[in-house]
Design a protein around this ligand. Sequence first.
Ligand SMILES: Nc1ncnc2c1ncn2[C@@H]1O[C@H](COP(=O)(O)OP(=O)(O)OP(=O)(O)O)[C@@H](O)[C@H]1O
Length: 451
Amino acid sequence: MTKKTVLIVDDEPDIRELLDITIGRMGVHTESVGCVRDALALLGEQAVHLCLTDIRLPDGSGIDIVRHIQDNNRDTAVAVLTAYGSTELAVEALKAGAFDFINKPVSIEQLRNTVTTALRLESGEPRVDSSSHTRLLGETPVIRQLREQITKLARSQAPVYISGESGSGKEVVARLIHANGPRSSAPFVPVNCGAIPGELVESEFFGHVKGSFTGAYDNKEGLFEAANGGTLFLDEVADLPLNMQVKLLRAIQEKAVRRIGSNQEIPVDVRILSATHRDLAKEVAAEHFRSDLFYRINVIEVQVPSLRERGSDIPLLARFMLDKLAQSWGIEAPELNPSALEALTRYSFPGNVRELENIIERAATLCENNIIVAADLSLPDSSVPATVGADQGPSLLGQAKGDIEGYLAGIEQHILRDALSANDGNKTETAHMLGLTFRQLRYKLQKYNFD
Ligand SMILES: Nc1ncnc2c1ncn2[C@@H]1O[C@H](COP(=O)(O)OP(=O)(O)OP(=O)(O)O)[C@@H](O)[C@H]1O
C-alpha cells in the first residue's frame, strides 16, 4: 500500500521539524513548506491526504489554504495550528472547512489523534451500517437536504449545534453525524445536561479522584474521558449552570480535562455536538448562556425541521413505526385506514416525531381487527388553539368578554391536557414541550387540580 502524505505548512523551522519527526514515526510520508505560495504549488502537483497549516504565514493566512483546499482538493483533509487562546481564528478556520484545529504549543498526543482521525477519514473507513441502528426517515426535500448536510458534517470535526423543536429528531441527527464519520468506532456519549443535579455536574463531566469530596469513594472518569476518541453529545445544553459553562469552555479549548481533586491534565480528543429545543441565541441575550461558549459550540448550526414542515413524510414514518412495533410484539403489522391517515396529516404535532410514535403505539394497542381508524388515534381536540390567532378576533373577544382571566385559564388547561396527552403523561417531556421548568408545570397542574 502506498504511504499517505501529510503536508506541513509552517514558517517556523522548529515546528516543521517537530511535526515532521512525529508524523513520520506514524509511518506517514511528510512534505513541509513555509508559506502559502509553496503550499498551493505542492497541492497542485501531488496527492495530499492531510494538510496541517499554521494560520499566520509570511505571505498570507492558513485560512486561505483551507479555502483553496475546499475549492480544489476536496479529498484532502485540512487542520489548522492556532496559538493557544485564539479561539476566533480556530472557529473561522472550522467554518471555512477545516476539519479540526491543534493548539500551539503542540501536544504530541493531540497531534497524533488529529492525524489518525484525518487519515481514517480519508480512507473512508470505518462506516457503520446506518440502516440497522439510527435512521433519519423521510423523503421530503427538507429531510433529503438534512441527510446530505449530515454526510458532509460527519467528515468534519467542527462542533455542531443542532436546533429544533422537542422530539423532532435532534439526537437522531447527532448519532448519524457520529456514525458516518471517522470516529464511529469510538463511543458516542449522550448527556442530558438538564438531568444532572447541579452539585454533580462537574464530577460527571470531568470525573474525580477518590476522597476529593464527601461521597467520592473511588476514582471516577468523567464523560469527556468516556467519550475520548469519539463524540460527546450535550443535549439540552442551555440547561447547564453558568459556572459549569466556563469549565466546559475551557475543556473544549484546551482539549484537556482535570479530574476534581487532581492536578493532572488529561488530554481528551472529543468532538462536541450539542442541542437544545430552546432558542440558544435568546438564552445568550438573556444572559442565561455564556456568549463565548455559544460561539464555540455553534460553529456550524443544523436545523431539524418540525414534523409540520414535512407533513408528507407522516405516512412513511407511521408505516415504519407500525412495522417496528409489529416486529417487537410478534404480531402482524396493523394498517392505518384512510380516515386515520387523513387525521394524522391534518394534525399539528407539537411533540413532533416522538408524539407520532406515542400516538401510533397507543392506536396499535387499541385498534380492532388490526385496522387503525381515526378514533383510535385519540388526537387531542385542536378546536381551541385553532381559533386563537386565526382570523377570528371578534369571536375571541366575544368569548372572553366579562372574564378574560377565566377564558385564558380555560385555554391554558386545554393546552396542558393536550400536551400531557401528547407526551403520554410524562411531565418532564410536557414541561419541555411547553418551554416550562418542571416546577412551573407542577405548579400549574396543582392550580388546575390535574390528577
Ligand atoms: N426522521 C426520523 N426517522 C425515524 N425516526 C425518527 C426521525 N426523527 C425522529 N425519530 C424518532 O423520534 C424520537 C425522538 O427523536 P429524538 O430523541 O432524536 O428527538 P429530539 O429532538 O432529540 O428530542 P428532545 O428535544 O426531547 O431531546 C426518537 O425515538 C427517534 O428515533
